[in-house]
Design a protein around this ligand. Structure first.
Ligand code: NAD
Length: 333
């Protein structure tokens, strides 16, 4: 099958080429992000391979279907950016990579926790300037602290194991509690108690209409003063304006983000010689207790190899008429 691979970066091409060696699919690597203006680049392709900031809204899907595209193969686990109703109406099949390396995201999340706590981002800069003073770098022992894990799927369970390994107590909230999270050491509780008792709150649930701005002003008020909030899931789980007010008041003592509500126009690109137009993002960057990475939690060699392999399996399964295990149903919306 001919496949238009949007938002291609050199690493995507490298891993997809390696996984597809000797295979039957013809991959057309395209650098632009998928949107209304670029959808025409998929002309002649039966499938589109898309990433997290590609536009898969109703208009774009209609344009793709009109050109003969029949499959949307996501290179991601999250599918909040796909209008599944429109896809179903247009007869488009949508496949994803549900799990490729929960370790990659959970370990990055732990890296944010450690760096924020011990202020590694600040000490790195100080030492480069031969400033060896420790004032302002005081951390706390993770051992004995309470970590709130919101969403105990693959990544939440993996993160739970890591934090239990540090000697933390893990409180968890998930509408669908799992035995594997309990086995990893999590104690399920209400969202209210999790927020009230946790020194660190980490988000690992998907972005859905129900979880949009899950962390808003009200929830921030419920948190422990000086809490560390970490979001490696999806930006819009958090009301960024409310979080900025929480940082200003001191209610939030540390913020770690790998995702941002308005990341689509920023992340994955080198914008270092441009004027930043996003004042909210710019404000976040002014806090000494905020650490932001640009949606890189998934970015390990193992994860990229698994994403590429599963994506090719999804293409092959679709072409041979199999339902395959990774199709997204309309009920998943
Ligand atoms: P998963 O489907 O295995 O687990 C998600 C869990 O969230 C499920 O147990 C589900 O019951 C739970 N959940 C649903 N609604 C909830 C709610 N309102 N409150 C609490 N929990 C809720 O998914 P996963 O593989 O663990 O991934 C989690 C999220 O991580 C993805 O949805 C994606 O947005 C994000 N992610 C980010 C990156 C990155 O690079 N930053 C990479 C992969 C995934």
């Amino acid at each position: 099958m001919r496949v238009a691979v949007f938002s291609t970066k050199p690493y995507d091409e490298e891993f997809l080429r390696k996984a597809g060696e000797g295979g039957v699919h013809e991959l057309r690597f395209l650098e632009p992000r998928l949107n209304r203006d670029t959808a025409a680049l998929a002309a002649g392709c039966g499938a589109v391979c898309a990433f997290v900031n590609d536009d898969l809204g109703a208009d774009v899907l209609a344009a793709l279907a009109g050109q003969g595209v029949r499959l949307i193969a996501l290179r991601s686990a999250g599918f909040n950016h796909v209008d599944l109703r429109a896809a179903a109406r247009l007869g488009l099949t949508v496949a994803r990579v549900p799990g490729y390396s929960p370790y990659s995201v959970a370990e990055h999340c732990a890296a944010l926790v450690l760096a924020l706590n011990r202020k590694i981002h600040r000490s790195y800069n100080r030492v480069r300037e031969h400033n060896f003073a420790l004032n302002g770098l005081l951390g706390f022992d993770l051992h004995g602290r309470t970590v709130g894990v919101v969403g105990t799927g693959k990544i939440g369970v993996c993160f739970t194991r890591i934090m239990v390994g540090f000697g933390c107590r893990v409180l968890a909230y998930d509408p669908y509690p799992s035995e594997s999270a309990r086995a990893a050491g999590a104690e399920y509780t209400s969202m209210e108690r999790l927020l009230a008792e946790s020194h660190i709150v980490s988000l690992h649930c998907p972005l859905t209409p129900e979880t949009f701005h899950l962390i808003d002003r009200e929830q921030i008020e419920r948190m422990r003063p000086g809490v560390m909030l970490v979001n490696t899931s999806r930006g819009a789980l958090v009301d960024t304006a409310a979080v900025i007010d929480g940082l200003k008041s001191g209610r939030i003592g540390y913020l770690g983000l790998d995702v941002y509500e308005e990341e689509a126009d920023l992340f994955f690109e080198d914008l270092s010689d441009q004027v930043l137009g996003d004042d909210v993002f710019a404000r976040l960057g002014t806090f000494p207790n905020v650490l932001i990475t640009g949606h890189q939690a998934f970015f390990t060699a193992e994860a990229l190899a698994n994403i590429a392999a599963t994506t090719l399996e999804n293409l092959t399964a679709f072409e041979s008429g199999e339902a395959g295990p990774n199709l997204i149903a309309l009920d998943d919306a």
